[in-house]
Design a protein around this ligand. Structure first.
Ligand code: B12
Length: 426
Protein backbone atom coordinates (compact mmCIF):
# COMPACT_ATOMS: atom_id res chain seq x y z
CA UNK A 1 0.00 0.00 0.00
CA UNK A 2 1.14 3.55 -0.63
CA UNK A 3 0.56 6.07 2.10
CA UNK A 4 -1.46 9.17 1.27
CA UNK A 5 0.86 12.05 0.41
CA UNK A 6 0.31 15.77 0.90
CA UNK A 7 0.10 16.06 -2.87
CA UNK A 8 0.86 13.59 -5.63
CA UNK A 9 4.47 13.97 -6.86
CA UNK A 10 5.09 16.12 -9.92
CA UNK A 11 8.91 16.01 -10.18
CA UNK A 12 11.61 13.34 -10.22
CA UNK A 13 12.97 14.72 -6.94
CA UNK A 14 9.56 14.29 -5.28
CA UNK A 15 9.34 10.72 -6.60
CA UNK A 16 12.78 9.83 -5.22
CA UNK A 17 11.95 11.52 -1.92
CA UNK A 18 9.05 9.06 -1.57
CA UNK A 19 11.51 6.19 -1.99
CA UNK A 20 10.09 5.14 -5.36
CA UNK A 21 12.30 4.24 -8.31
CA UNK A 22 9.45 5.05 -10.70
CA UNK A 23 5.71 5.61 -10.57
CA UNK A 24 3.16 2.93 -11.48
CA UNK A 25 1.02 5.46 -13.30
CA UNK A 26 1.74 8.92 -14.69
CA UNK A 27 -1.31 11.10 -15.30
CA UNK A 28 -0.69 13.70 -18.00
CA UNK A 29 -3.17 16.55 -17.90
CA UNK A 30 -3.76 19.77 -19.80
CA UNK A 31 -4.74 21.56 -16.59
CA UNK A 32 -2.59 22.68 -13.73
CA UNK A 33 -2.56 20.10 -10.93
CA UNK A 34 -5.05 21.37 -8.36
CA UNK A 35 -5.41 18.85 -5.56
CA UNK A 36 -9.17 19.22 -5.39
CA UNK A 37 -11.97 16.83 -6.37
CA UNK A 38 -13.25 19.08 -9.14
CA UNK A 39 -10.04 18.36 -11.05
CA UNK A 40 -9.88 14.90 -12.56
CA UNK A 41 -6.11 14.37 -12.31
CA UNK A 42 -6.41 14.76 -8.54
CA UNK A 43 -9.57 12.67 -8.32
CA UNK A 44 -8.36 9.78 -10.48
CA UNK A 45 -4.86 10.03 -9.02
CA UNK A 46 -6.07 9.92 -5.43
CA UNK A 47 -8.45 7.05 -6.19
CA UNK A 48 -5.59 5.04 -7.67
CA UNK A 49 -3.39 5.98 -4.73
CA UNK A 50 -6.06 4.76 -2.32
CA UNK A 51 -6.11 1.47 -4.27
CA UNK A 52 -2.40 1.09 -3.55
CA UNK A 53 -0.74 2.47 -6.67
CA UNK A 54 2.13 4.93 -7.02
CA UNK A 55 0.77 7.84 -8.99
CA UNK A 56 2.60 10.90 -10.32
CA UNK A 57 1.11 13.87 -12.14
CA UNK A 58 2.59 15.58 -15.20
CA UNK A 59 0.58 18.78 -15.52
CA UNK A 60 0.74 20.89 -18.68
CA UNK A 61 4.01 19.46 -20.02
CA UNK A 62 5.72 21.20 -22.93
CA UNK A 63 4.41 19.06 -25.78
CA UNK A 64 6.89 20.21 -28.40
CA UNK A 65 9.23 17.31 -27.62
CA UNK A 66 9.08 14.00 -25.75
CA UNK A 67 11.75 15.09 -23.26
CA UNK A 68 9.39 16.53 -20.58
CA UNK A 69 7.46 13.25 -20.75
CA UNK A 70 10.60 11.39 -19.66
CA UNK A 71 11.09 13.59 -16.60
CA UNK A 72 9.27 11.39 -14.07
CA UNK A 73 10.58 8.02 -15.30
CA UNK A 74 8.83 5.32 -17.32
CA UNK A 75 5.53 4.36 -15.64
CA UNK A 76 5.36 0.69 -14.67
CA UNK A 77 1.68 0.22 -15.63
CA UNK A 78 0.28 2.98 -17.83
CA UNK A 79 0.06 6.59 -18.89
CA UNK A 80 -3.27 8.24 -18.07
CA UNK A 81 -3.84 11.03 -20.58
CA UNK A 82 -6.39 13.83 -20.43
CA UNK A 83 -6.77 17.19 -22.15
CA UNK A 84 -8.00 18.50 -18.79
CA UNK A 85 -11.35 19.51 -17.35
CA UNK A 86 -12.62 20.65 -20.74
CA UNK A 87 -12.10 20.02 -24.42
CA UNK A 88 -8.85 21.69 -25.48
CA UNK A 89 -10.51 23.40 -28.46
CA UNK A 90 -13.15 24.93 -26.20
CA UNK A 91 -10.39 25.90 -23.83
CA UNK A 92 -8.50 27.65 -26.64
CA UNK A 93 -11.16 29.26 -28.79
CA UNK A 94 -14.32 31.24 -28.32
CA UNK A 95 -17.50 30.26 -30.15
CA UNK A 96 -16.45 32.80 -32.81
CA UNK A 97 -13.26 30.76 -33.22
CA UNK A 98 -11.07 33.54 -31.86
CA UNK A 99 -8.24 32.53 -29.53
CA UNK A 100 -9.17 32.94 -25.87
CA UNK A 101 -6.92 35.40 -24.04
CA UNK A 102 -6.81 33.47 -20.78
CA UNK A 103 -7.11 29.99 -19.29
CA UNK A 104 -8.63 29.62 -15.85
CA UNK A 105 -6.91 26.27 -15.33
CA UNK A 106 -3.33 27.52 -15.82
CA UNK A 107 -1.24 29.30 -13.19
CA UNK A 108 -1.64 33.05 -13.64
CA UNK A 109 -4.57 32.46 -16.02
CA UNK A 110 -2.15 32.45 -18.97
CA UNK A 111 -3.46 30.98 -22.25
CA UNK A 112 -1.47 28.58 -24.42
CA UNK A 113 -0.17 26.07 -21.88
CA UNK A 114 -1.64 23.07 -23.72
CA UNK A 115 -1.83 22.11 -27.40
CA UNK A 116 -4.93 21.99 -29.60
CA UNK A 117 -6.49 18.51 -29.41
CA UNK A 118 -4.29 17.81 -26.43
CA UNK A 119 -5.33 14.15 -26.01
CA UNK A 120 -3.82 13.34 -29.43
CA UNK A 121 -0.61 15.24 -28.83
CA UNK A 122 0.03 14.00 -25.30
CA UNK A 123 -0.69 10.40 -26.28
CA UNK A 124 1.84 10.57 -29.08
CA UNK A 125 4.48 12.08 -26.81
CA UNK A 126 3.87 9.38 -24.19
CA UNK A 127 4.42 6.68 -26.79
CA UNK A 128 7.62 8.39 -27.92
CA UNK A 129 8.89 8.76 -24.35
CA UNK A 130 8.11 5.18 -23.32
CA UNK A 131 7.29 2.89 -26.25
CA UNK A 132 5.23 -0.10 -25.23
CA UNK A 133 3.72 1.42 -22.09
CA UNK A 134 -0.09 1.40 -22.45
CA UNK A 135 -1.76 4.76 -23.01
CA UNK A 136 -5.20 5.17 -21.40
CA UNK A 137 -7.11 8.28 -22.49
CA UNK A 138 -9.86 9.82 -20.39
CA UNK A 139 -11.62 13.09 -19.60
CA UNK A 140 -14.22 15.23 -21.29
CA UNK A 141 -12.36 15.64 -24.60
CA UNK A 142 -11.80 11.91 -25.10
CA UNK A 143 -15.27 10.99 -23.78
CA UNK A 144 -17.18 13.24 -26.14
CA UNK A 145 -15.01 12.42 -29.14
CA UNK A 146 -14.91 8.66 -28.73
CA UNK A 147 -17.49 8.20 -31.51
CA UNK A 148 -17.65 9.63 -35.01
CA UNK A 149 -18.67 13.20 -34.32
CA UNK A 150 -19.24 16.64 -35.79
CA UNK A 151 -16.35 18.98 -34.98
CA UNK A 152 -17.42 22.60 -34.83
CA UNK A 153 -13.88 23.95 -35.12
CA UNK A 154 -13.13 22.33 -38.47
CA UNK A 155 -16.73 21.92 -39.64
CA UNK A 156 -16.03 18.30 -40.40
CA UNK A 157 -17.31 14.97 -39.23
CA UNK A 158 -14.33 13.35 -37.56
CA UNK A 159 -13.74 9.72 -36.72
CA UNK A 160 -13.41 8.52 -33.13
CA UNK A 161 -10.53 10.19 -31.34
CA UNK A 162 -9.10 6.70 -30.87
CA UNK A 163 -8.06 6.85 -34.54
CA UNK A 164 -5.89 9.90 -34.01
CA UNK A 165 -4.71 9.46 -30.41
CA UNK A 166 -4.11 5.72 -30.81
CA UNK A 167 -4.65 5.15 -27.10
CA UNK A 168 -4.85 1.50 -26.12
CA UNK A 169 -8.08 2.18 -24.23
CA UNK A 170 -10.33 5.19 -23.87
CA UNK A 171 -12.24 5.61 -20.61
CA UNK A 172 -15.44 7.59 -21.09
CA UNK A 173 -17.60 9.26 -18.47
CA UNK A 174 -16.64 8.93 -14.84
CA UNK A 175 -13.33 7.11 -14.71
CA UNK A 176 -12.65 6.02 -11.13
CA UNK A 177 -13.83 2.41 -11.34
CA UNK A 178 -12.39 1.80 -14.79
CA UNK A 179 -9.00 3.32 -13.86
CA UNK A 180 -8.66 1.11 -10.78
CA UNK A 181 -9.70 -2.03 -12.68
CA UNK A 182 -7.24 -1.25 -15.48
CA UNK A 183 -4.43 -0.70 -12.96
CA UNK A 184 -5.21 -3.90 -11.03
CA UNK A 185 -5.41 -6.08 -14.12
CA UNK A 186 -2.25 -4.67 -15.69
CA UNK A 187 -0.46 -5.13 -12.35
CA UNK A 188 -1.65 -8.74 -12.35
CA UNK A 189 0.11 -9.25 -15.69
CA UNK A 190 -2.79 -9.04 -18.15
CA UNK A 191 -1.81 -7.38 -21.45
CA UNK A 192 -3.72 -4.20 -22.25
CA UNK A 193 -5.18 -5.89 -25.35
CA UNK A 194 -7.03 -8.28 -23.02
CA UNK A 195 -8.84 -5.45 -21.20
CA UNK A 196 -11.87 -5.34 -23.42
CA UNK A 197 -14.67 -6.09 -21.02
CA UNK A 198 -14.44 -3.07 -18.74
CA UNK A 199 -17.60 -0.98 -18.58
CA UNK A 200 -17.15 2.61 -19.73
CA UNK A 201 -14.21 1.90 -22.01
CA UNK A 202 -13.79 2.07 -25.78
CA UNK A 203 -11.09 0.68 -28.07
CA UNK A 204 -10.41 0.29 -31.76
CA UNK A 205 -10.86 -3.13 -33.28
CA UNK A 206 -7.82 -4.23 -35.26
CA UNK A 207 -8.18 -5.25 -38.89
CA UNK A 208 -9.56 -8.77 -38.96
CA UNK A 209 -11.05 -8.58 -35.47
CA UNK A 210 -14.78 -9.00 -35.16
CA UNK A 211 -17.17 -7.42 -32.71
CA UNK A 212 -17.34 -9.31 -29.43
CA UNK A 213 -20.71 -10.77 -28.46
CA UNK A 214 -21.97 -9.15 -25.29
CA UNK A 215 -24.23 -11.00 -22.95
CA UNK A 216 -27.29 -8.97 -21.96
CA UNK A 217 -26.82 -7.36 -18.59
CA UNK A 218 -29.32 -8.81 -16.15
CA UNK A 219 -30.99 -6.95 -13.35
CA UNK A 220 -31.18 -8.39 -9.82
CA UNK A 221 -34.68 -9.76 -10.54
CA UNK A 222 -33.34 -11.79 -13.47
CA UNK A 223 -34.83 -9.62 -16.24
CA UNK A 224 -32.61 -8.00 -18.88
CA UNK A 225 -31.64 -4.39 -18.12
CA UNK A 226 -33.93 -2.33 -20.39
CA UNK A 227 -31.29 0.41 -20.59
CA UNK A 228 -29.02 -2.02 -22.43
CA UNK A 229 -31.61 -3.25 -24.93
CA UNK A 230 -31.62 -1.77 -28.42
CA UNK A 231 -34.85 -0.35 -29.78
CA UNK A 232 -36.39 -2.64 -32.39
CA UNK A 233 -36.42 -1.24 -35.93
CA UNK A 234 -39.92 -0.03 -36.85
CA UNK A 235 -41.88 -3.10 -37.88
CA UNK A 236 -38.84 -5.33 -37.41
CA UNK A 237 -38.28 -8.21 -34.99
CA UNK A 238 -37.38 -7.45 -31.40
CA UNK A 239 -33.68 -8.32 -30.97
CA UNK A 240 -33.06 -11.48 -28.99
CA UNK A 241 -30.16 -13.69 -27.93
CA UNK A 242 -26.66 -12.73 -26.76
CA UNK A 243 -26.44 -9.79 -29.18
CA UNK A 244 -29.60 -8.25 -27.78
CA UNK A 245 -27.61 -5.96 -25.53
CA UNK A 246 -25.34 -4.75 -28.32
CA UNK A 247 -26.27 -1.39 -29.75
CA UNK A 248 -24.61 -0.91 -33.11
CA UNK A 249 -23.88 2.78 -33.68
CA UNK A 250 -23.52 4.29 -37.14
CA UNK A 251 -20.00 3.99 -38.57
CA UNK A 252 -17.88 7.04 -39.38
CA UNK A 253 -18.80 6.67 -43.05
CA UNK A 254 -22.50 6.44 -42.18
CA UNK A 255 -22.29 9.54 -39.99
CA UNK A 256 -20.55 11.38 -42.85
CA UNK A 257 -23.43 10.33 -45.10
CA UNK A 258 -25.79 12.10 -42.73
CA UNK A 259 -24.36 15.40 -43.85
CA UNK A 260 -27.26 15.67 -46.28
CA UNK A 261 -29.44 16.30 -43.25
CA UNK A 262 -26.80 18.34 -41.51
CA UNK A 263 -25.82 20.85 -44.11
CA UNK A 264 -29.23 21.49 -45.58
CA UNK A 265 -30.38 22.78 -42.21
CA UNK A 266 -29.75 26.15 -40.59
CA UNK A 267 -26.41 25.78 -38.89
CA UNK A 268 -27.68 27.14 -35.60
CA UNK A 269 -30.03 24.13 -35.33
CA UNK A 270 -27.41 21.82 -36.71
CA UNK A 271 -26.09 20.02 -33.68
CA UNK A 272 -29.47 19.34 -32.12
CA UNK A 273 -30.88 17.90 -35.34
CA UNK A 274 -27.97 15.54 -35.94
CA UNK A 275 -28.14 14.15 -32.48
CA UNK A 276 -31.90 13.85 -32.51
CA UNK A 277 -31.48 11.85 -35.70
CA UNK A 278 -29.01 9.58 -33.96
CA UNK A 279 -30.90 9.33 -30.70
CA UNK A 280 -32.35 5.84 -31.23
CA UNK A 281 -28.90 4.51 -31.99
CA UNK A 282 -27.69 5.84 -28.67
CA UNK A 283 -30.35 4.14 -26.61
CA UNK A 284 -28.68 2.77 -23.53
CA UNK A 285 -25.85 5.31 -23.51
CA UNK A 286 -25.38 6.99 -20.18
CA UNK A 287 -25.66 10.77 -19.79
CA UNK A 288 -26.59 13.44 -22.27
CA UNK A 289 -25.89 13.31 -25.99
CA UNK A 290 -22.61 15.09 -26.68
CA UNK A 291 -22.81 18.59 -28.11
CA UNK A 292 -20.15 20.09 -30.28
CA UNK A 293 -20.15 23.48 -28.62
CA UNK A 294 -19.79 24.91 -25.18
CA UNK A 295 -22.87 24.74 -23.03
CA UNK A 296 -22.82 28.42 -22.22
CA UNK A 297 -21.96 29.59 -25.74
CA UNK A 298 -23.82 30.18 -29.00
CA UNK A 299 -22.26 28.80 -32.17
CA UNK A 300 -21.53 31.25 -34.95
CA UNK A 301 -23.63 30.65 -38.07
CA UNK A 302 -21.47 29.61 -41.03
CA UNK A 303 -23.90 29.30 -43.91
CA UNK A 304 -21.20 28.75 -46.54
CA UNK A 305 -19.83 25.65 -44.84
CA UNK A 306 -19.14 22.85 -47.31
CA UNK A 307 -19.27 19.24 -46.17
CA UNK A 308 -15.99 17.38 -46.05
CA UNK A 309 -15.73 13.85 -47.41
CA UNK A 310 -14.69 11.01 -45.10
CA UNK A 311 -11.41 10.76 -47.02
CA UNK A 312 -10.68 14.45 -46.51
CA UNK A 313 -11.58 14.28 -42.82
CA UNK A 314 -9.12 11.42 -42.47
CA UNK A 315 -6.28 13.36 -44.06
CA UNK A 316 -6.83 16.19 -41.56
CA UNK A 317 -6.75 13.70 -38.69
CA UNK A 318 -3.63 12.11 -40.18
CA UNK A 319 -1.78 15.44 -40.29
CA UNK A 320 -2.85 16.30 -36.75
CA UNK A 321 -1.55 13.03 -35.40
CA UNK A 322 1.89 13.65 -36.99
CA UNK A 323 3.49 16.15 -34.65
CA UNK A 324 6.55 16.69 -36.87
CA UNK A 325 4.37 17.62 -39.82
CA UNK A 326 2.21 19.78 -37.55
CA UNK A 327 5.24 21.76 -36.40
CA UNK A 328 6.30 22.35 -40.02
CA UNK A 329 2.83 23.54 -41.02
CA UNK A 330 1.91 25.65 -37.98
CA UNK A 331 4.10 28.62 -39.05
CA UNK A 332 2.40 28.65 -42.47
CA UNK A 333 -1.10 28.96 -41.02
CA UNK A 334 -2.77 32.36 -40.85
CA UNK A 335 -2.68 33.67 -37.30
CA UNK A 336 -5.57 32.43 -35.15
CA UNK A 337 -6.59 29.72 -37.65
CA UNK A 338 -6.46 26.07 -36.59
CA UNK A 339 -4.99 23.50 -38.93
CA UNK A 340 -8.26 21.65 -39.24
CA UNK A 341 -10.29 24.71 -40.18
CA UNK A 342 -7.58 25.69 -42.73
CA UNK A 343 -7.53 22.20 -44.26
CA UNK A 344 -11.29 21.74 -44.41
CA UNK A 345 -12.53 21.60 -48.00
CA UNK A 346 -9.24 20.60 -49.65
CA UNK A 347 -9.12 17.31 -51.51
CA UNK A 348 -5.96 15.90 -49.96
CA UNK A 349 -2.91 16.86 -47.91
CA UNK A 350 -0.71 17.53 -50.96
CA UNK A 351 -3.11 20.13 -52.32
CA UNK A 352 -3.62 21.72 -48.91
CA UNK A 353 0.07 21.96 -48.02
CA UNK A 354 0.97 23.29 -51.47
CA UNK A 355 -1.69 26.02 -51.05
CA UNK A 356 -0.15 26.97 -47.69
CA UNK A 357 3.25 27.36 -49.36
CA UNK A 358 1.86 29.38 -52.25
CA UNK A 359 0.17 31.71 -49.79
CA UNK A 360 3.49 32.18 -47.99
CA UNK A 361 5.68 32.42 -51.13
CA UNK A 362 3.48 34.82 -53.11
CA UNK A 363 1.99 36.65 -50.10
CA UNK A 364 -1.54 35.80 -51.24
CA UNK A 365 -3.90 35.70 -48.22
CA UNK A 366 -4.61 32.03 -47.57
CA UNK A 367 -8.35 32.63 -47.13
CA UNK A 368 -8.58 34.08 -50.65
CA UNK A 369 -6.60 31.24 -52.18
CA UNK A 370 -8.67 28.67 -50.36
CA UNK A 371 -11.95 30.32 -51.36
CA UNK A 372 -10.98 29.88 -55.03
CA UNK A 373 -9.99 26.25 -54.53
CA UNK A 374 -12.80 24.84 -52.42
CA UNK A 375 -15.88 26.42 -53.99
CA UNK A 376 -18.20 24.07 -55.86
CA UNK A 377 -16.55 24.74 -59.29
CA UNK A 378 -13.11 24.28 -57.75
CA UNK A 379 -10.14 26.09 -59.31
CA UNK A 380 -6.82 24.31 -59.53
CA UNK A 381 -3.99 25.87 -57.51
CA UNK A 382 -2.51 27.31 -60.73
CA UNK A 383 -5.83 28.82 -61.80
CA UNK A 384 -6.35 30.33 -58.34
CA UNK A 385 -2.90 31.97 -58.47
CA UNK A 386 -3.62 33.23 -61.96
CA UNK A 387 -6.91 34.80 -60.83
CA UNK A 388 -5.53 36.36 -57.66
CA UNK A 389 -2.07 37.45 -58.83
CA UNK A 390 -2.04 37.60 -62.63
CA UNK A 391 1.55 38.92 -62.68
CA UNK A 392 2.92 35.75 -61.02
CA UNK A 393 4.32 32.79 -62.94
CA UNK A 394 1.59 30.44 -61.77
CA UNK A 395 3.12 27.30 -63.30
CA UNK A 396 6.49 27.83 -61.59
CA UNK A 397 4.82 28.78 -58.30
CA UNK A 398 2.75 25.59 -58.30
CA UNK A 399 5.84 23.50 -59.10
CA UNK A 400 7.80 25.03 -56.20
CA UNK A 401 4.92 24.69 -53.75
CA UNK A 402 4.27 21.06 -54.73
CA UNK A 403 7.96 20.28 -54.23
CA UNK A 404 7.82 21.95 -50.80
CA UNK A 405 4.69 19.97 -49.90
CA UNK A 406 6.32 16.71 -50.95
CA UNK A 407 9.41 17.61 -48.92
CA UNK A 408 7.28 18.30 -45.83
CA UNK A 409 5.52 14.96 -46.13
CA UNK A 410 8.71 13.03 -46.92
CA UNK A 411 10.77 14.62 -44.13
CA UNK A 412 8.16 13.92 -41.51
CA UNK A 413 7.71 10.36 -42.71
CA UNK A 414 11.49 9.88 -42.45
CA UNK A 415 11.59 11.50 -39.03
CA UNK A 416 8.98 9.03 -37.86
CA UNK A 417 10.74 6.03 -39.37
CA UNK A 418 14.01 7.17 -37.75
CA UNK A 419 12.35 7.27 -34.40
CA UNK A 420 10.96 3.78 -35.08
CA UNK A 421 7.49 4.71 -33.96
CA UNK A 422 3.93 5.12 -35.19
CA UNK A 423 4.45 2.98 -38.28
CA UNK A 424 0.70 2.58 -38.55
CA UNK A 425 0.10 6.30 -38.87
CA UNK A 426 -0.82 6.25 -42.56
C1 B12 B 1 -18.11 23.04 -12.30
C2 B12 B 1 -17.94 23.40 -13.75
C3 B12 B 1 -17.36 24.62 -14.04
C4 B12 B 1 -16.71 25.53 -13.01
C5 B12 B 1 -15.20 25.21 -12.90
C6 B12 B 1 -14.80 24.10 -12.01
C7 B12 B 1 -14.25 22.89 -12.78
N1 B12 B 1 -13.88 21.88 -12.12
O1 B12 B 1 -14.13 22.88 -13.98
C8 B12 B 1 -16.85 26.92 -13.69
C9 B12 B 1 -18.18 27.52 -13.33
C10 B12 B 1 -15.75 27.92 -13.33
C11 B12 B 1 -16.84 26.51 -15.14
C12 B12 B 1 -16.47 27.35 -16.15
C13 B12 B 1 -16.50 26.99 -17.50
N2 B12 B 1 -17.03 25.87 -18.00
CO1 B12 B 1 -17.69 24.40 -16.92
N3 B12 B 1 -18.34 22.89 -16.03
C14 B12 B 1 -18.39 22.54 -14.78
C15 B12 B 1 -19.06 21.17 -14.64
C16 B12 B 1 -20.52 21.39 -14.21
C17 B12 B 1 -18.38 20.19 -13.67
C18 B12 B 1 -16.86 20.10 -13.86
C19 B12 B 1 -16.26 19.27 -12.76
O2 B12 B 1 -16.03 19.73 -11.68
N4 B12 B 1 -15.99 18.01 -13.04
C20 B12 B 1 -15.40 17.08 -12.10
C21 B12 B 1 -14.26 16.39 -12.79
C22 B12 B 1 -13.50 15.50 -11.83
O3 B12 B 1 -14.87 15.62 -13.81
P1 B12 B 1 -14.18 15.29 -15.20
O4 B12 B 1 -13.17 16.29 -15.55
O5 B12 B 1 -15.22 15.01 -16.18
O6 B12 B 1 -13.43 13.93 -14.86
C23 B12 B 1 -14.03 12.65 -14.81
C24 B12 B 1 -14.03 11.90 -16.12
O7 B12 B 1 -13.97 12.75 -17.24
C25 B12 B 1 -12.86 10.95 -16.01
N5 B12 B 1 -11.53 11.41 -16.34
C26 B12 B 1 -11.06 12.65 -16.41
N6 B12 B 1 -9.74 12.67 -16.68
C27 B12 B 1 -9.35 11.40 -16.76
C28 B12 B 1 -8.10 10.85 -17.01
C29 B12 B 1 -7.98 9.46 -17.05
C30 B12 B 1 -6.64 8.86 -17.30
C31 B12 B 1 -9.11 8.62 -16.85
C32 B12 B 1 -8.98 7.15 -16.90
C33 B12 B 1 -10.36 9.19 -16.60
C34 B12 B 1 -10.47 10.56 -16.56
O8 B12 B 1 -12.89 10.61 -14.65
C35 B12 B 1 -13.17 11.80 -13.88
C36 B12 B 1 -13.85 11.41 -12.61
O9 B12 B 1 -15.01 10.67 -12.83
C37 B12 B 1 -18.97 20.61 -16.09
C38 B12 B 1 -20.13 19.69 -16.50
C39 B12 B 1 -19.93 18.31 -15.96
N7 B12 B 1 -20.96 17.79 -15.36
O10 B12 B 1 -18.85 17.70 -16.10
C40 B12 B 1 -18.91 21.90 -16.92
C41 B12 B 1 -18.10 21.92 -18.20
C42 B12 B 1 -16.75 21.24 -17.94
N8 B12 B 1 -17.87 23.35 -18.43
C43 B12 B 1 -17.85 23.65 -19.70
C44 B12 B 1 -17.57 24.95 -20.19
C45 B12 B 1 -17.79 25.17 -21.66
C46 B12 B 1 -17.12 25.97 -19.36
C47 B12 B 1 -16.71 27.40 -19.78
C48 B12 B 1 -15.88 27.50 -21.07
C49 B12 B 1 -17.96 28.25 -19.90
C50 B12 B 1 -17.69 29.66 -20.44
N9 B12 B 1 -18.18 29.91 -21.63
O11 B12 B 1 -17.06 30.45 -19.78
C51 B12 B 1 -15.94 27.88 -18.54
C52 B12 B 1 -14.43 27.58 -18.71
C53 B12 B 1 -13.57 28.04 -17.60
C54 B12 B 1 -12.18 28.24 -18.09
N10 B12 B 1 -11.38 27.22 -18.22
O12 B12 B 1 -11.79 29.32 -18.41
C55 B12 B 1 -18.19 22.45 -20.56
C56 B12 B 1 -16.99 21.93 -21.34
C57 B12 B 1 -17.44 21.35 -22.65
C58 B12 B 1 -16.37 20.50 -23.25
N11 B12 B 1 -16.73 19.70 -24.23
O13 B12 B 1 -15.23 20.57 -22.88
C59 B12 B 1 -18.79 21.45 -19.52
C60 B12 B 1 -18.54 19.96 -19.82
C61 B12 B 1 -20.32 21.74 -19.46
C62 B12 B 1 -21.01 21.35 -20.75
N12 B12 B 1 -21.63 20.20 -20.81
O14 B12 B 1 -21.00 22.06 -21.70
N13 B12 B 1 -17.26 25.22 -15.28
Amino acid sequence: MTTPTAALPMTRAEILALGWDRPDIVIVTGDAYVDHPSFAAALIGRTLQAAGFRVAILPQPDWRSAEPFRALGVPRLFWGVSAGNMDSMINHYTASRLPRSDDAYTPGGVAGARPDRATNVYSQRCREAAPGVPVIAGGVEASLRRLAHYDYWSETVRPSMLVSCKADLLVFGMGERAAVEIARRLAAGEPVAALRDIRGTAYLLGAGESLPAFAPRMLADGTPDPRRLPAAAPGGPVPDGPDAATVRLPSFEEVCGMRRIMFSTAVSCFVAIVWLGLAPAFAGQKGHPPTATAKHETPKATPTAQPTSPKAALFITRIESNSQLMSRLQPLLPSGMTLSSAAQGFKNEGQFIAALHVSQNLKIPFAQLKAEMVRPDRDSLGQAIHDLQPSANAKAAVKTAEQEARADIKATKLAKADAGKDKDDR
